[in-house]
Design a protein around this ligand. Structure first.
Ligand SMILES: [Zn+2]
Length: 267
C-alpha cells in the first residue's frame, strides 16, 4: 500500500471496494474515494455502530492484515459491508459523491419509474429512515414524486439507511436542471371507450383545482414545475361520459384534500 495515491483513485486499485460495488445486489452503490474513507473526521461516531470497527475499516481500505478463522473473517466481512453502507450515506451528499451518483442516475443504474405516464423517468435510491436496520432501500421518482420498491429481490434487502432520507432531495437542489417537469397526464378509467361519470367528474374537479393552484403559484411568482399544457387534455374533457355508480359531486370534496396531491392531480 506504499504507492497509494489519494489524489486520483482511478490509478489505485481498491481491491475490496472494487469487489463490493461489482457484486450482485450492490449496483446502487458508488465507489467511495480512498481519501474520504481515510479521513477519520468523516467516520465520526461509526465506531460504536459497527462491530470489529477497526478490522472492518482495514478491510474496506485494503490494509487488512489479521490472521483469523473463517468464522471471524465472515463476521468482519459483514461489518465491513455495514461500515461501507453507513459511510456511503454520508459520502453521497458530498460534492464528489453527488457527482458520482448523478452519473449513475443519468445511466438509469437505479432503474426507471414503472408508472406509464412517467415515460421511463430514471429513479434515485433513498431510505425512509437514516437509522440502520429500519427499512430497505426504496426508489424515488422525481416526476410523479412517489416511491417504489426495487424490482429485484436482491435490492430489496439493501438497507435504506445506506442512502438516507435526504440524498435524493439534495441531488436535485444541487443539480436543479435534472429535475423533470411534472406530468399532468393521468390514466382515465373507461368502459367500452366511455369515460366513467364518477371518475370523470372527479378528474374534472381535480383538474380545475390544479389550474386554480397553478394560477395562484404564477401570481406568487413560484415555478409550478409542470410540463407545458397538453392541448389534447382540454378537448378530451369534452368527451362523453357514462354513469356508473354514485357520481362524484364537483365542488364537494368531502373533507380535507392535500394541496400537493391536488396540484399533481393525485389523491
Ligand atoms: Zn414516476
Amino acid at each position: 500500500m506504499d504507492d497509494f495515491n489519494s489524489e486520483t483513485d482511478s490509478d489505485y486499485t481498491s481491491y475490496w471496494r472494487d469487489w463490493f460495488i461489482s457484486s450482485r445486489g450492490n449496483e446502487y452503490f458508488c465507489e467511495i474515494d480512498e481519501e474520504y474513507l481515510t479521513d477519520r473526521f468523516n467516520l465520526t461516531g461509526l465506531n460504536t455502530e459497527v462491530q470489529y470497527y477497526q478490522y472492518a475499516l482495514d478491510l474496506v481500505t485494503d490494509v487488512f492484515d489479521f490472521d483469523c478463522d473463517d468464522e471471524m473473517r465472515e463476521m468482519i466481512e459483514k461489518s465491513a459491508r455495514h461500515l461501507y453502507g453507513l459511510v456511503h450515506a454520508r459520502y453521497i451528499v458530498t460534492t464528489r459523491g453527488l457527482a458520482k451518483m448523478l452519473d449513475k442516475f443519468k445511466k438509469s443504474d437505479f432503474g426507471k419509474c414503472p408508472r406509464v405516464m412517467c415515460d421511463s423517468q430514471p429513479l434515485l435510491p433513498m431510505g425512509q429512515s437514516d437509522i440502520a436496520n429500519t427499512s430497505s432501500v426504496k426508489l424515488y421518482c422525481a416526476r410523479c414524486e412517489d416511491l417504489y420498491n426495487p424490482k429485484s429481490s436482491r435490492h430489496a434487502i439493501v438497507d435504506g439507511a445506506y442512502f438516507g432520507t435526504s440524498f435524493h432531495n439534495i441531488l436535485f437542489q444541487v443539480y436543479p436542471a435534472m429535475l423533470p417537469a411534472k406530468s399532468q397526464r393521468r390514466y382515465e378509467p373507461r368502459v367500452f371507450g366511455f369515460r366513467m361519470h364518477a371518475g370523470a367528474a372527479l378528474a374534472r374537479w381535480q383538474g380545475e383545482q390544479r389550474e386554480v393552484m397553478k394560477e395562484r403559484l404564477k401570481k406568487a411568482g413560484i415555478e409550478t414545475g409542470f410540463e407545458d399544457e397538453d392541448e389534447e387534455l382540454e378537448s378530451e374533457m369534452e368527451d362523453e361520459e357514462m354513469e356508473i355508480g354514485d357520481g362524484f359531486e364537483p365542488g364537494q370534496p368531502g373533507g380535507m384534500v392535500d394541496s400537493q396531491a391536488l396540484l399533481h392531480g393525485r389523491w
